[in-house]
Design a protein around this ligand. Structure first.
Ligand code: PBG
Ligand code: ZN
Length: 324
């Protein structure tokens, strides 16, 4: 029987009451900000499909890292555009590549900012796939040893966390082994455990010059129609030694975030990807939506769904709004 004396609106009567009973409170501490580092010096070039995001040379990446830390954002995730590409993506583990140099420089300048290295090959291979090819097929096991090199090179540069985004089977265990063998036992693995083959990555692929030159990624990334498979991927990665579990993209997959949250006792991250960001920016630039309100509502929903960590290009704006 319903309690007819109960009026739910009493808990919404004033800002103070709403604040007292609020269940989910977003803070800058929830965010990871992704950056794109490029060769050269004093480069800060706007990325057209991601307004507010830039290609940054290492010197400017360091400046931005200081800004992130000052805003209370705890971590930066480093993506890179290399100086050269080849069949196997060997610039991905070159200590002289922008990513490795940026990791080292940021660690030196802002030691308390956490650094996440994105471990994949698609930005570094001529064909744009996330692994080593055998004909037109991405060879899973041959790719693992390359991913090990990438992870170790980033750990060596000073990364606190490595984040494999390639979706090869067995990569978490392989990377854990390589990190441990290299005496990087305290470097964590944030696994893109549940990564869907998504149209929402479009602007990122332009920004990172990482679109596959033939075919697509559906043989390794997940089918958007599946949710039981998400839990299977999570179980595998937990078994293999992942420290943090990621669901990607975020917005169209908040049901998955919730299921994963209820399934494991590990920190959950979700990636508010480039296409989600671009849609909000485009509508805001047209004056069709209230950007601040929409962004904070969206990010709050990700946290409410169960994410402990939100990787988002909105991090700087959102942190400024939250700090107001
Ligand atoms: C590459 C990678 C992608 C993203 C992060 N790492 C795209 C892809 O799988 O093609 C997407 C990020 C975004 O869209 O913001 N492994
Ligand atoms: Zn990739």
């Amino acid at each position: 029987m319903a309690n007819l004396k109960l009026r739910a609106r009493r808990m919404r009567i004033s800002p103070a009451m709403r604040s007292m009973v609020r269940e989910t409170v977003l803070t800058p501490n929830d965010f990871v900000y992704p950056i794109f580092v490029v060769p050269g010096e004093d480069v800060m070039e706007a990325i057209p499909s991601m307004p507010g995001c830039y290609h940054l040379s290492v010197d400017n990446a360091v400046k931005l890292a200081k800004e992130l830390y000052a805003l209370g954002i705890p971590a930066v995730e480093v993506f890179g555009l290399p100086e050269y590409k080849d069949e196997i993506g060997s610039s991905a583990w070159d200590m002289k590549s922008p990513v490795q140099r940026a990791i080292a420089a940021i660690k030196k300048a802002v030691p308390d900012l956490m650094i996440v290295g994105d471990v994949c090959l698609c930005q570094y291979t001529t064909h744009g796939h996330c692994g080593k090819l055998c004909g037109h097929y991405v060879d899973n096991d041959a790719t693992l040893e390359l991913l090990q090199k990438v992870a170790v090179s980033q750990a060596k540069a000073g990364a606190d966390i490595v984040a494999p985004s390639d979706m090869m089977d067995g990569r978490v265990a392989a990377i854990r082994d390589a990190l441990d063998a290299g005496d990087y036992k305290n470097v964590s693995i944030m696994s893109y455990a549940v990564k869907y083959a998504s149209g929402y990555y479009g602007p990122f692929r332009d920004a990172a010059d990482s679109a596959p030159q033939f075919g697509d990624r559906r043989q390794y990334q997940m089918d958007p129609a599946n949710s039981r498979e998400a839990l299977k991927e999570v179980d595998l990665d937990v078994e293999e030694g992942a420290d943090i579990i990621m669901v990607k993209p975020a917005l169209a997959y908040l049901d998955i975030v919730r299921q994963v949250r209820d399934h494991v006792n590990f920190p959950i991250a979700t990636y508010n990807v480039s296409g989600e960001y671009a849609m909000v920016k485009a509508a805001a630039q047209n004056g069709w939506i209230d950007e601040k309100r929409i962004v904070l509502e969206t990010l709050t929903s990700m946290k409410r769904a169960g994410a402990d960590i939100i990787i988002t290009y909105h991090a700087i704006d959102a942190a400024k709004w939250l700090n107001e």
